[in-house]
Design a binder for this molecule. Structure first.
Ligand code: C2E
Ligand code: MG
Ligand code: MG
Length: 770
């Protein structure tokens, strides 16, 4: 037990005083020599006085002590209140661990951090540890144990809140020891730092983003002094943060933007607090580059501007690829010439200009002739090289104001923005055709290529881009059909023709189903004895509105849309069936001739088709003659040889139609397994007077003789022509002189090319009279 020195001193003082009082007062009474009775009375009085005095003294001492105790208690209460208020204000909690009693006092504030009361929180270390987050348990307890050897303590961990969530707690404390140095109390405060941690986390993330982002970031203060930049900023601009901090963003100015630009930027920042757009800036190296930039105004709590943040990306590469994409979108990769898109844009622009300036221009569509054959025979590689070289040739000495484009495939377009007269355009077309005359030397091949050109003038022929191009296309078609390697101008009739073609094409599809096709037969005569020997089947289309349409109008359409196969097969069947009927009627007719389209001729299954029709109808093969035009054979002579050979093997006869128009090579002709040449009617027309026609007729007949082929002359309209040809030794004749193509009258006895009469001569008479 500790001895209170103040109390001891007081007690000893009292003991001394009381002792002195007893001894001295008794001595004094003895020296006074008073009577025993008086002495006894005085003794009693002295005793009473002592009691009174010591009582007064006791009272004084107790009173003072009580006063001191009250003051101390008041002070303690006020201290406690102050501490509680301070803890409440900081929302901190107090903990006080009595080490010896193994109890922890948790203040109300502490319990409140976890949504609890001190009672529900408990007062043992185990109660507390049970609330620790499993991930934090080990390190939190370890830190606590370490603290028992140390003085000050600080720890961060998570505790489970009453609502089940975990709160981050920051705990600081101090260990108090007794005189012997043994841990006695461990006391401290704890605060909830969950929110702070979330802020710290997002700040850390923001900082990482700031550093790692590919976008340059620049922060200035309100006075536009740069206070912060990120690594990307330095990478893009070339300025390190040391070089740029404290300076103004104007050091980056390129000088490309005028005052208005910056004014509208600042206006946007003022009104909307943000601006974004493309800016050209200057790098440290002096290079000017484009960047996409967003600027934002940052305001403080009072709404005053505190900072500006600019985030930007270098769009040099983007711009470059945009330019490249733009180039790709508008140019043909093979020839590097403008493509259809750019060409159309330029035509639109030129048309616009021509209307304003009252000027004229021309569009020329240039299509290579027989380019397909080069691709097919020499491969696409050579084809591509040729297209490239053609582009280069065409481009040579082009007048200024011209755009040459490759519109696709083997089609090129030329726009001349200054072409006052048609003659000028014609001259240009001729020049282009001439430029292709010289051969192209490609990969060891010497190649010749011609072209056809369609010309449309504007604004004369058309007032829209589509119309200009459509017109040029019609003109090109005309150029192609009037013999290749030429040019043609657009005229209104061409469009009408094209429209008709489109209409015909769509109704042609139903023509067969609706039984609108007819086969007419034209007689073929032996010129020497005048006898009818055969007949040619010629197709017609009995159109419900337009009447009888000749094959020259719809056969090319059928060849384009692929219907020619069905049509020719149908005609072949009809002709063979008819021939079988004539045979049954015992006509003297020896054969029927059927035309074969050049399109079918280039397909392999022709012989098979013919064989099956012959088998189905039962017509002897030698009674069928197939006519193939000379140009069809000459388009691909090697393939023609194969097909003709296989047809010949069936036993059918073969004739070359329109002979003289297709530039046959005599060497090739010699090898073809044909029986007959049909001299084209264009050479018969001028007979017997035109010397050139006479010369050609003579030559073809002589050629036929030499090669052992029969010769038939087409288009004989006059007796004089027939006589002349007979004298030249021509074997057969066909024409209006002998008879027009006629349908077979099914109701009655029929003759080829005649109606209801068995006498072929009467047809010839009719032909003559027409
Ligand atoms: P092509 O085979 O040369 O037929 C002769 C053409 O000359 C026929 O025209 C005939 O009517 C016409 N013609 C006959 N004699 C005379 C005459 O004295 N004077 C004149 N000016 N012309 C005469 P069409 O029937 O209009 O046939 C034209 C072309 O259409 C034919 O020429 C032939 O190439 C083709 N064609 C006709 N029918 C068919 C067919 O069924 N299939 C195929 N693929 N083509 C056919
Ligand atoms: Mg024919
Ligand atoms: Mg013919």
């Amino acid at each position: 037990m500790r001895i209170d020195t103040a109390a001891l001193r007081l007690t000893l003082g009292y003991l001394l005083l009381a002792g002195l009082w007893i001894c001295l007062s008794d001595q004094l009474l003895a020296t006074l020599g008073l009577s025993v009775e008086l002495q006894e009375r005085l003794q009693s009085f002295k005793g009473l006085l002592f009691v009174v005095l010591t009582s007064a003294l006791l009272y004084l001492v107790l009173h003072r002590h009580a006063q001191q105790f009250r003051t101390a208690r008041l002070q303690l209460a006020s201290n406690e209140e102050r501490l509680r208020l301070a803890l409440d204000a900081t929302r901190d909690g107090l903990w006080d661990w009595d080490v010896s009693k193994r109890r922890i006092f948790f203040s109300e504030g502490y319990a409140k951090l976890l949504g609890l009361t001190p009672q529900t929180l408990g007062d043992t270390r185990e109660d507390w540890a049970a609330r620790l987050h499993p991930d934090d348990q080990e390190h939190a307890l370890h830190a606590l144990n370490a603290e028992l050897h140390d003085q000050s303590y600080e720890n961060i961990y998570r505790l489970r809140h009453a609502d089940g969530s975990y709160r981050w707690i920051h705990s600081r404390g101090r260990l108090l020891r007794d005189e012997k140095g043994q841990p006695q109390r461990f006391i401290g405060i704890a605060s909830d730092i969950t929110q702070q941690r979330a802020i710290d986390d997002s700040l850390r993330q923001a900082a990482a983003v700031f550093d790692a982002t590919q976008e340059g970031v620049l922060v200035t203060d309100a006075k536009q002094c740069i206070v912060h930049v990120n690594p990307a900023f330095s990478r893009i601009t070339g300025y390190s943060s040391e070089e740029i901090l404290g300076r103004r963003p104007t050091v980056l100015k390129s000088g490309r933007h005028d005052a208005d630009f910056y004014q509208s930027l600042w206006q946007a920042l003022k009104n909307r607090g943000a601006w974004s757009g493309e800016v050209w800036n200057r790098r440290k190296s002096g290079e000017i580059y484009p960047q996409w930039q967003c600027i934002r105004v940052i305001r403080d709590e009072q709404g005053r501007i505190s900072h500006y943040v600019a985030v930007f990306s270098d769009i040099t590469a983007l711009k470059r690829s945009q330019r490249e994409l733009d180039y790709l979108a508008h140019h043909d990769p093979l020839s590097n010439l403008p493509n259809r898109l750019l060409f159309t844009e330029r035509v639109a622009h030129a048309l616009e200009r021509s209307k304003i300036e009252e000027s004229c221009g021309a569009v020329l569509l240039i299509d290579l002739d027989h380019f397909k054959h080069i691709n097919e025979s020499l491969g696409h590689n050579v084809g591509d090289l040729l297209l490239k070289s053609v582009g280069e040739r065409l481009q040579l000495d082009l007048p200024s104001g011209c755009t040459l484009a490759r519109l696709g495939g083997d089609e090129f377009g030329l726009l001349s923005e200054d072409c006052a007269e048609a003659a000028q355009a014609a001259e240009m077309a001729q020049r282009l055709l001439r430029s292709l005359e010289a051969p192209f030397l490609l990969e060891g091949h010497e190649l010749y290529i011609g072209a056809s050109i369609g010309i449309s003038l504007f604004p004369e022929d058309a007032d829209s881009v589509e119309q200009i191009l459509r017109n040029a296309d019609s003109a090109l078609f005309k150029a192609k059909s009037s013999g290749r390697e030429g040019y043609a101008f657009y005229v209104q009739e061409l469009t009408d023709y094209a429209r008709q073609r489109v209409e015909l094409a769509s109704s042609l599809r139903q023509a067969l189903d609706h039984q609108e096709l007819r086969v007419y037969y034209q007689p073929l005569h032996d010129l020497q004895d005048g006898r009818l020997v055969g007949t040619e089947a010629l197709v017609r289309w009995q159109h419900p509105q337009r009447g009888l349409i000749p094959p020259s109008e719809f056969i090319p359409i059928a060849e384009d849309n692929g219907m020619i196969g069905v049509i020719d097969a149908w005609v072949l069947e009809q002709a063979c069936q008819q021939m079988v009927r004539w045979n049954a009627e015992e006509h003297s007719l020896r054969f029927v001739a059927v035309n074969v389209s050049s399109r079918l001729f280039s397909r392999g299954d022709l012989a098979q088709k013919v064989a099956s029709v012959l088998a189905e109808t039962g017509l002897p093969p030698e009674q069928l003659e197939l006519e193939v035009t000379e140009s069809a054979i000459m388009e691909d002579p090697d393939a023609a040889l194969k097909i003709l050979t296989s047809l010949r093997a069936l036993g059918v006869r073969l004739a070359i139609d329109d002979f003289g128009t297709g530039y046959s090579s005599l060497a090739r002709l010699k090898r073809l397994p044909v029986d007959k040449l049909k001299l084209d009617q264009s050479f018969v027309r001028g007979l017997p007077d035109a010397p050139e026609d006479a010369a050609i007729a003579r030559a073809v007949i002589a050629l036929g003789k030499t090669l052992g082929l029969k010769v038939l002359a087409e288009g004989i309209e006059q007796r004089a022509q027939a006589d002349f040809l007979r004298e030249l030794g021509c074997n057969y004749g066909q024409g209006y002189h002998f008879g027009h193509p006629q349908p077979v009258d099914t109701g009655d006895s029929t003759t080829p090319g005649g109606t209801g009469t068995t006498n072929p001569t009467s047809d010839a008479e009719r032909g003559r009279s027409s």
